[in-house]
Design a protein around this ligand. Structure first.
Ligand code: HEC
Length: 415
C-alpha cells in the first residue's frame, strides 16, 4: 500500500508538471497571437489578400509577420497548426482532477458539512457539470445572442456566478473554486476543439478546392477567442487558489471567485487597448486594486464567527511562550482531537501514509511551531480538516482564533 501511495503521489506531481508546462505553452501562444493581431498595421506593399503586417525583433533576428484575413489567395505548402497545447492542457488537467479530486473524493471533494454525497455521486456531479457547462455555453453562442456579444458576455458572467455559488453548495471550498476553473477551462478548450479548429479546416478545404472561404467562419472564431482571452486570467487564479485557504475556504469564497472574473476582464482590457494602439487605460489598474481590496476584506468578513476581527496579527516565535499561553490546553485538545489522526509522525487515518505536507500536529512543540498555520487553515478559514471530515465545530474555530490573537496581543504588550 505504501508503495502505491509513493507511486500515486509522484504520478500526481508528474501530471501537474505536464499540466503547468502545456498551459504555459497554450497561454503563451494565445497571448502572443492576440497581441500580434491587435498590433498589425496596414502597409503599401502587402501581398494580395493580406490585411496587415507587424515587425518584431527577438532572439537575434527580425520577424515580419503578415496576416491574411480570412485566407491567402493560394494555400502554402506548409502550415503550422496551434492546437495541441490547448488539448494537452485539458487532458492533463482532467487527469489531475481525477487523480486528486476523484481518487481522493472523501478527502478533497465531499464536504460533509454541506451534503453527504457518496464518492460516486460527487464524481458524477464533478464530471457532469463540466460537460453540461459546455453544452449550455455553446447553445447560447449559437443562439441569436451570438450577434450581441456584450449581452452574451453579461449572461456568461451570470452563469459563472451561479456556478461559483452552486459548486460551493456541494463541494469543499477548495474543490469548488477548482471546479469553477475547470468549468471555464473546459469551455475554452472545447472552443478550440469543436469550433475554431473545424471552421479552420473548412476554410483550408475551400482554398484547396478553389472556393472563396466564407467570412462568417472568421467571425465565429473571433467571438470564441475573445471569450477565451478574457477567461484566461481568472482560470489561472482559480487553479492557484487551492494554495491559499483565505481564497477558497471562507464564507464569501463564491463572491470572491465571481469578482476574479471582473479582474480578468479589466486586466486584459488594459493590454488589449495598449496593443491595439488605443492608449493605456490606467484606470483599469485602479479598478483592479479596488476589487482586490474588496476580495481581501470579504475573505475575513465576519459571518457566522462572532469575533472581533480588527485585532492586529503578528507571527509568534517563542515556543515556550505559546505553550504557556492562555487557552493552550483547550487548543491542544482540539488539535489532538481533530487534526492529529492525519498530521502525525505515524498517521492513523486510512490512506494517509505520512504527515500531509509535512505538517505534524502531534505534540506541544509542533502545535506551537505551526500556530500560524493552524490559525490560517482551521481558525480563519475552514480549509482544515479537509471537508470538515473530523467534524470541527465553530466554537473550536473561534477558540483557535482567540488563542492566536491573544498570543499576538501579549507579545505586542511585552515589547
Ligand atoms: C483527514 C486527514 C486530515 C485532517 C483530520 C487534517 N488534515 Fe490538514 N492536511 C491534510 C492533507 C491531506 C493535507 C495536504 C493538502 C494538500 O494536498 O493541499 C493537509 C494540509 C494541511 C496543512 C498544510 C497546507 C499547505 O498549504 O501546505 C496544514 C497547515 C494543515 N493541514 C492543518 C491542519 C489542521 C490545523 C487540522 C485540524 C484542525 C488538520 N490539518 C486536519 C489532511 C488532514
Amino acid at each position: 500500500m505504501y508503495d502505491l501511495a509513493v507511486f500515486t503521489d509522484w504520478l500526481a506531481f508528474a501530471v501537474r508538471w505536464l499540466h503547468v508546462i502545456t498551459a504555459m505553452a497554450w497561454i503563451g501562444a494565445s497571448f502572443y497571437f492576440i497581441a500580434l493581431d491587435l498590433m498589425l498595421k496596414p502597409a503599401d506593399d502587402l501581398p494580395e489578400g493580406a490585411t496587415g503586417e507587424e515587425w518584431e525583433v527577438h532572439g537575434g533576428g527580425f520577424y515580419n509577420t503578415v496576416k491574411y484575413n480570412v485566407a491567402p489567395a493560394r494555400l502554402p505548402e506548409h502550415l503550422t497548426w496551434h492546437k495541441w497545447q490547448s488539448y494537452w492542457t485539458w487532458l492533463s488537467g482532467a487527469a489531475l482532477l481525477m487523480l486528486v479530486y476523484w481518487g481522493g473524493a472523501e478527502m478533497f471533494l465531499i464536504d460533509y458539512d454541506k451534503i453527504e454525497l457518496s464518492a460516486f455521486q460527487a464524481i458524477l456531479i464533478s464530471g457532469g457539470s463540466l460537460a453540461i457547462g459546455w453544452v449550455l455555453y455553446d447553445f447560447l453562442c449559437k443562439s441569436p445572442l451570438g450577434d450581441r456579444p456584450t449581452l452574451l458576455m453579461l449572461l456568461l458572467f451570470v452563469i459563472l456566478v451561479v456556478m461559483a455559488w452552486g459548486y460551493n453548495q456541494v463541494f469543499t471550498g477548495r474543490a469548488a473554486l477548482l471546479h469553477l476553473g475547470a468549468f471555464t477551462a473546459t469551455i475554452m478548450t472545447a472552443n478550440v476543439f469543436f469550433i475554431i479548429m473545424p471552421n479552420q479546416r473548412i476554410v483550408v478545404k475551400d482554398l484547396k478546392e478553389g472556393r472563396v472561404p466564407d467570412a462568417k467562419y472568421g467571425k465565429i472564431a473571433k467571438l470564441r477567442s475573445t471569450h477565451n482571452n478574457y477567461l484566461t486570467l481568472p482560470v489561472i487564479f482559480l487553479m492557484l487558489s487551492n494554495h491559499y485557504p483565505l481564497s477558497f475556504a471562507t464564507d464569501y469564497s463564491w463572491i470572491i471567485a465571481s469578482l476574479v472574473f471582473l479582474l480578468g476582464v479589466l486586466i486584459r482590457h488594459y493590454f488589449n487597448s495598449m496593443h491595439s494602439g488605443k492608449g493605456r487605460p490606467h484606470w483599469t489598474w485602479g479598478a483592479s486594486a479596488v476589487i482586490f481590496v474588496i476580495i481581501m476584506w470579504l475573505s475575513s468578513a465576519p459571518m457566522f464567527r462572532d469575533y472581533d476581527w480588527q485585532a492586529e496579527v503578528v507571527v509568534p516565535d517563542a515556543l515556550e511562550y505559546v505553550t504557556a499561553s492562555a487557552d493552550f490546553d483547550d487548543v491542544r485538545n482540539t488539535v489532538l482531537g481533530r487534526c492529529s489522526m492525519c498530521h502525525n509522525a505515524e498517521p492513523v487515518w486510512p490512506g494517509v501514509n505520512w504527515p500531509p505536507r509535512d505538517v505534524r500536529l502531534d505534540d506541544d512543540a509542533q502545535i506551537a511551531l505551526n500556530a500560524r498555520s493552524i490559525y490560517l487553515h482551521s481558525g480563519l478559514s475552514n480549509a482544515m480538516p479537509p471537508g470538515n471530515i473530523t467534524g470541527m465545530t465553530d466554537e473550536e474555530r473561534i477558540q483557535i482564533i482567540r488563542w492566536y490573537r491573544g498570543l499576538n496581543r501579549d507579545i505586542a504588550a511585552a515589547d
